[in-house]
Ligand binder design. Structure first.
Ligand SMILES: [Zn+2]
Length: 393
């Protein structure tokens, strides 16, 4: 039988449960404590002075505790790096997405062991930065064998794995896109089926068209997979309307949206996932979270960790960028990085610290969650706990 743990002397506890604490969306409590139950769940939260006994006791000395970050969009399994492309872009060349093939070539050539070890190192970085759940996509194989390898490796790190065979058209199909779409929707999806919870498509300028996107989403729906979509990153386009049409769980990027797009997302209950690491790393205009939030759309934040357009593992940096560049308040950004991102993954067991939630949380070396945006560049995460186990700090 596992022990119960009392975490006490929490200066500020962010529960993201409106029924707790101050009744705000963050459900803030001061001078609080929480108890991790035997199954790694939150068994109790409340005032430190009223906390029940537990087998073990951890005093966090007045620090803030927030739900663990949910990084709901990563391309974590890949080989190689593209710093030369980054340097060229910073010297004035635009981002076109064409560099994906550089990573595809490196990933196809890498062994399983190399792919696993590099992914493991990035997951360790994420844990140290307070991330407790992540999603991982394929899309750097673009052939049946490598897509399966990527997803089998990804599966070891998360149950939220995503088939993104429709990330780009590989060179061997450049003259026959229709044949590639048939491969993605048929044999490739069949081979990846047992390793994934999600199916995704990159619907954008220079990526996949509206019709191609619909074909992939239809195949995903037929396979009874949950759907998400990359769209409206590089320009205005059909992504948001298709996201609404298929009622996908999340439209990711959302940089270029019309008012009609925003209304369609809200009415269809699609979460808008913002990935400000991509705009940061490509020196591109940021999305405007204010328009989405004011319209009543649920917003999520994620890193888009990938070697081309956002080689970033830090959710605290995403929070800082979201506040500074996309016009979110610190509270809205934290909510988006936890509960919002969990909702984009159709998960209610994580991303908050209400009773019964998984005990995934970060202890910050700061008195308040606001410091996450206020002190960018410092890792304020003193401890990371997953399922009631302390994994860092
Ligand atoms: Zn992405």
């Amino acid at each position: 039988m596992s022990a119960t743990t009392l975490v006490t002397a929490i200066g500020e506890l962010v529960t993201c449960d409106e029924t707790l604490g101050d009744g705000s969306k963050l459900g803030l409590m001061r001078d609080a404590a929480l108890v991790v139950g035997e199954d790694g769940e939150i068994a109790w939260v409340g005032s430190a002075g009223e906390a029940p006994d537990a087998d073990e006791r951890v005093d966090v000395g007045g620090r803030a505790v927030v739900p663990g970050f949910v990084d709901s969009h990563t391309h974590l399994v890949f080989a190689g790096e593209r710093s030369a492309e980054f340097a060229a872009r910073m010297a004035g060349e635009p981002y076109t997405g064409g560099g994906i093939m550089t990573t595809v070539a490196a990933t196809r050539a890498a062994s399983d062991e190399e792919l696993r070890a590099s992914a493991e190192a990035r997951v360790a970085e994420m844990h140290a930065l307070g991330t407790t759940t992540l999603e991982i996509k394929s899309g750097y194989g673009l052939d049946v064998e490598t897509e399966v390898r990527i997803l089998r490796i990804a599966r070891a790190f998360t149950r939220d794995t995503t088939f993104l065979g429709a990330h780009a058209v590989p060179p061997e199909y450049a003259d026959d896109r229709a044949a590639y779409i048939d491969l993605v929707c048929g044999p490739m999806l069949d081979a990846c089926f047992k390793y994934v919870r999600w199916v995704d498509v990159f619907c954008d300028e220079g990526a996949f068209s509206a019709d191609e996107t619909r074909a992939v989403l239809r195949a995903g729906a037929q396979a009874a997979k949950l759907l998400r979509l990359h769209g409206n990153q590089l320009g205005y386009g059909p992504g948001a309307q298709i996201a609404a049409e298929f009622a996908v769980s999340s439209l990711d990027h959302c940089t270029y949206l019309t008012d009609d797009d925003i209304t369609a997302l809200r009415d269809a209950g699609v979460v808008a996932t913002l990935l400000p690491g991509a705009e940061f790393s490509t020196r591109s205009p940021y999305p405007d979270a204010r328009r989405l939030l004011d319209a009543g759309v649920t917003v999520a934040l994620a890193t888009d960790c990938n070697p081309g357009s956002s080689y970033v593992t830090s959710m605290p940096l995403m929070i800082a960028l979201a506040v500074r560049e996309t016009h979110m308040s610190p509270a809205e950004a934290l909510y988006a990085a936890t509960t919002g991102a969990a909702l984009s993954l159709e998960r209610t067991d994580i991303g908050c610290l209400g009773i019964g939630s998984r005990a995934d949380f970060a202890v910050l070396d700061a008195p308040s969650h606001v410091h996450l945006a206020y002190r960018p560049g410092s890792n304020l995460v003193a401890q990371t706990w997953i399922g009631g186990e302390r994994v860092c700090g």
